[in-house]
Design a binder for this molecule. Structure first.
Ligand code: BTN
Length: 245
């Protein structure tokens, strides 16, 4: 991983560039990183503010030999990689908010976007992209109605070198990814849960039909949230509105 790093000053989105590269046969582990994105994408068609030099805007091309339904594990794995680097290198106490936001002190500092091209039983490639807010001052942070944002600078009072962070993240990613391919997902999932925001606590769930409170019990191998339904029976949710705060 990271043997083929392509660095750009400005792109629309590193995800878009990564898709193009992957379709042109870029090797497994190719990394696309940009100082600035003019059309950074977030999950569920949200946009992602990616100002020049303020954060790490990066997409990785992976060609894992796993069935397509296991691809969500790569998102969970990336979340713990980012959390590990924030804990061990930046020395903050990160948490992962389901499905894949990284929080410090309850505020979002990173988000992950995974996209895949696959046939029925075979992955062509997966693009795992993440944005990490690093050197924004409070005034420079994106305004967002969905969540409160933060940056490493706001949380640590320090400006961080983006290249050093990228290096730490790629080295940690490679180790964690290799471990997963060799030993499977159980330890990774346990680690995710140890970082899980509101794990074991009560959360407020809203589906199309109803609204109830239940404990957050953990995640499944494919990244679904384990909780209880309105009758108190164990249930899993793939998408639902959770009132986290
Ligand atoms: C989210 O929290 O909604 C996910 C945000 C993902 C942002 C990153 S920045 C690098 C890559 N390129 C994009 O356009 N999006 C991802």
């Amino acid at each position: 991983l990271g043997k083929n790093i392509k660095h750009f000053d400005t792109v629309t989105s590193t995800q878009t560039v990564a898709h193009e590269e992957a379709q042109n046969n870029a090797i497994n582990g190719t990394v696309i990183v940009a100082d600035e994105q003019t059309k950074g994408r977030g999950r569920i068609t949200r946009n992602w503010q990616s100002t020049s030099g303020k954060g790490v805007w990066l997409s990785m091309i992976l060609r894992p030999e796993i069935p397509p339904q296991e691809a969500p594990k790569l998102t969970l794995l990336t979340a713990i990689v980012l959390a590990d680097v924030l804990r061990n290198y930046v020395h903050v106490e990160p948490q992962i908010k389901w499905p894949n936001d990284i929080l410090i002190n309850g505020k979002k500092t990173a988000g992950i976007l995974t996209e895949m091209q696959a046939e029925q039983d075979r992955i062509w490639y997966v693009i795992v992209g993440f944005g990490l807010n690093v050197n924004h001052t409070i005034e420079e942070l994106p305004e967002n109605i969905n969540y409160k944002a933060t940056s490493l600078r706001v949380e640590t009072d320090t400006e961080w070198k983006l290249n050093d962070l990228i290096q730490e993240i790629l080295v940690t990613f490679e180790k964690t990814y290799d471990y997963y391919l060799e030993h499977g997902f159980a330890d990774i999932k346990e680690k995710w849960e140890s970082y899980g925001f509101k794990m074991g606590k009560e959360i407020s769930i809203k589906t199309m039909k109803s609204h109830w409170k239940a404990p957050f019990l953990g995640i499944t191998n494919d990244g679904a949230l384990i909780t209880k339904d309105m009758d108190g029976n164990r249930t899993t949710l793939y998408s639902a509105e959770i009132d986290w705060f």
